[in-house]
Design a protein around this ligand. Structure first.
Ligand SMILES: [Zn+2]
Length: 154
């Protein structure tokens, strides 16, 4: 954990060792402008503590990040006259997570902004495949949600 933390550029950003364009921070989160933005106002929202994935994140902090994410989206819609926002959280290398620190991308969008829309491809699976995965997910959700600590604090 400490090794990862030392090697994490976003922990260095949080600590002020790497200069960035900070737009918001409080005790728990930091929001910066992406250095290579997809559009003007492309924000990165991160917890100040090092967490790699949502799985590691305490529930109270997860709730807080989601709330800040909602407010940032609303802020760019109003202040930049954006027509929408694309919000991305990649978890794991297979999903395109290239940095070890959990972060949300909040990307202001406009019609004809030249960015690709989010197209979720449709793939052919059999009814049996879908029934099998449904059973696995229902079992997993029940196990995980019922096993969650109640009223956990960050
Ligand atoms: Zn980090």
């Amino acid at each position: 954990m400490d090794e990862k933390k030392e090697a994490c550029p976003f922990c260095e950003i949080v600590g002020g060792k790497i200069q960035t364009r900070r737009v918001y921070e409080d005790d728990h989160v930091l929001v910066i402008l992406d250095i290579n933005p997809a559009s003007p106002g492309h924000l990165l929202l991160m917890p100040k503590k090092h967490f790699r994935t949502l799985t590691e994140l305490p529930i109270a902090l997860t709730t807080y990040l989601a709330t800040i994410c909602k407010q940032l989206s609303w802020a760019v819609l109003r202040t930049l006259q954006a027509q929408g926002t694309t919000i991305i959280l990649a978890q794991g290398e297979a999903a395109g997570q290239h940095v070890p620190h959990l972060l949300f991308h909040i990307i202001p969008r406009k019609e004809q902004d030249g960015l690709m829309p989010i197209n979720i491809p449709q793939q052919p699976f059999t009814a049996q495949d879908l029934n099998d995965v449904k059973a696995m997910i229902i079992h997993g959700i029940k196990h995980i949600i019922e096993g969650m600590p109640k009223g956990e604090n960050a």
